[in-house]
Design a protein around this ligand. Sequence first.
Ligand code: V47
Length: 364
Amino acid sequence: MDTLIEQAGFGDILEKVRAEERLSLEDGRRLFESNNILALGYLANIVRERKNGNQAFFIYNQHINYSNVCTNLCKFCAFGKEKGHEQAYEMTVEEVKDKVRERLDEPISEIHMVGGIHPDLPYSYYLDLLRGIKEVRPEVHIQAFTCVEIYHLAELAGKSVGETLEELKEAGLGSIPGGGAEVFSPRIRELTCERKLSGQGWLDVAKTAHRHGLNTNATLLYGHIETIGERLEHLDALRKTQDETGGFLAYIPLAFHPKNTEMSEHSRTTGMDDLKNVAVARLMLDNFPHIKAYWVMIGPKMAQVALSFGADDMDGTVKEEVITHMAGAETEQALGHKTLIRLIKEAGRVPVQRDTLYNVIETF
Ligand code: V47
């Protein structure tokens, strides 16, 4: 196997990986620029198996998008709509509770709930959403509101982010998903999402959440106009934040889907780039416990292969994915847990159903 690494010119990186030494941004650049995908996979798999052995995690979860009304209207997003748009919607608290009720017969352990930055829903609505879900399904873990939404809620409440998080926790919030990070680079934000909370703002909310005992995830939206340097700066910012707080659970590279967006001139990401984003993340984010291959965005087949290229988690059953499907995703809107188990087993890994905080529910 070392011949493979020698051919790729990664002997020095292999030594660092074996010695658990941190990779530099220059190492990351060389990895992204290489097309020797087997060498990348070999290196990433060392870290993957050191951290997670042969386990591959999945969760029984349900996605709910309470509203697509959004004042940010990011160019890469097909989900957000201006208030008054014919496709704009907002659910009442009762409608969200109905969504939860519809699936009470399924062993769902997590509700993943995000929405747009709504111009006039009151702060009390968000607290009522959390309380309402807990009324219907008291034991469920609610992973809700991206750091961008949390910042907006704090502004609505007229309180600090820390105080707001305490109130959300009290109402039922369990952890925070990784969306809204996009690419932290101010250049990318100016060109694609100028109204959105800045990259630094996103990181500050994540840090505050960690200090208040809430775990969060992190994402990168790749495959549009970002450079390799910008991807690596993004990973570096996450790695530094994790050094400070240790509060991130998983990193999820999100493959850009261009359809129905203002950036529809771009092509979909390729298999090589999807695998590279998983592998390089696994190698650079040495302090992140988990890397997710999100099957909704890269497809179940690529997610399965990604389990040998650094990923240890396939996300979950999802149920009714909307954000990626509005942008042209051709994957299913849900996967049965039996399908997830089969995909994982055929990848030579041990399927482990987990809860949100990676406690084992069942090993198959
Ligand atoms: O915040 C928006 C991104 C995110 C597009 O934390 C797009 O475990 C691709 O964050 N093409 C929502 N991506 C999804 C998300 C997520 C999903 C699964 C698990 C977790 C987790 C987080 O999707 C948005 C935005 O960054 N997005 N538009 C698009 N056209």
